[in-house]
Design a protein around this ligand. Sequence first.
Ligand code: SF4
Ligand code: SF4
Length: 127
Amino acid sequence: MGFFTMAKTVLQNLFGRPPTRRYPAVPARVGPITRGHVTIDPARCISCGLCMRRCPSQAIRVERAEKVWEIDRFRCIACDACVEACPAKCLIMESGYIAPVTEKEVERHPITYVKPERPQKKEAAEG
Ligand code: SF4
Ligand code: SF4
């Protein structure tokens, strides 16, 4: 590399705009193909376990009896398969900021969905 080429590069790096941004202070750029991270609305989850079965990296665990939905963010590869499979549409890919995961800790969400009661039959209700 010639002297002038090197000097130009040095000056550009000294006085140019930084190529990185101060995320999360400065929001990340979000495009139409940005995946983000999986989030659940536990009030709509019907504990069917389809997301767990479709997950290629075994990142999700659904404990029907305990009414718990868990995700291991270290395992998740943000493939979107669980979001596509969920029949209750309670999983979404959110592109907002979440604190980085620093420990091998599984995220636990108690499922709060309550199955609506069946309406009583007319005759039974009257009689
Ligand atoms: S996005 Fe993919 S890897 Fe992550 S939990 Fe869903 S199915 Fe599993
Ligand atoms: S998140 Fe969706 S697919 Fe997973 S158990 Fe709940 S309802 Fe089923």
